[in-house]
Design a binder for this molecule. Sequence first.
Ligand SMILES: Cc1cc2nc3c(=O)[nH]c(=O)nc-3n(C[C@H](O)[C@H](O)[C@H](O)COP(=O)(O)OP(=O)(O)OC[C@H]3O[C@@H](n4cnc5c(N)ncnc54)[C@H](O)[C@@H]3O)c2cc1C
Length: 220
Amino acid sequence: MSTATANAPSSSSSSSSSTKSSLPPGMVIGPDGKPCKICTAFRHWKPPVDKPKQTQNNAQGGTQQQKTAAMMAAFASGTGFTASSQQQQSSTSTAVPEPEQYTRPAYCPPDVEELGRSTWTFLHTTAAYYPDKPTMAHRVNMLSLLRALPVLYPCSVCATHLGETMKTHPPDVSSRAALSRWLCEQHNEVNERLGKEKFDCSIDKLDERWKDGPTDGSCD
Ligand SMILES: Cc1cc2nc3c(=O)[nH]c(=O)nc-3n(C[C@H](O)[C@H](O)[C@H](O)COP(=O)(O)OP(=O)(O)OC[C@H]3O[C@@H](n4cnc5c(N)ncnc54)[C@H](O)[C@@H]3O)c2cc1C
């Protein structure tokens, strides 16, 4: 069984030798030892395709245009055109980036990133509207929701990590502020693991992001 971390660059390197050769770098191996699509960003779902080498002029013009198109499409769809994917493309002179490598139609199933963004949006927003003084019913239901995640979250690798951190850092459902902070810290733990910036977990910043919007009124 692999202990691969979702989206870690070497995720597929811990697979068995039979899957190793056919898997792209970044494909995550699930607890069952098989490639786990929902644990993986979709840009890692397929092995990179070797493209014929371009002439100097074509490579420069075509590549830049395609890169720009890919970037714009990725930003528009929110699926993300990361610095690392851009670097990967620019450092491989034979690989011409295809826009469709970074974006997929909206009717496609989610990958680990889309699922994650949607789940964090739901969790942080639910915390932002949780009562300051929750009843016992609020607390019990919130605890059930959070404790269900390590069991039910479809990205099994993510779920395992969450279950481990929840053991040492159990949910605090005592108030809106406490719950918001606890979730922020959980999210920061994932951010740190993925090499992303940490978020400021003060209640003012959390409310600005998840409830009130910035004071300049740009979200009103
Ligand atoms: C429980 C859980 C576990 C996960 N585990 C993994 C994993 O192991 N491997 C993996 O590859 N992916 C994992 N993910 C997905 C990952 O966290 C991201 O959702 C995904 O990589 C997309 O990231 P993003 O940059 O779009 O922004 P996200 O991290 O999804 O964040 C969405 C928005 O939330 C805000 N935000 C960021 N940090 C915080 C914070 N600490 N508190 C409040 N708001 C914040 C920012 O405005 C950000 O734009 C997990 C997701 C969840 C819900």
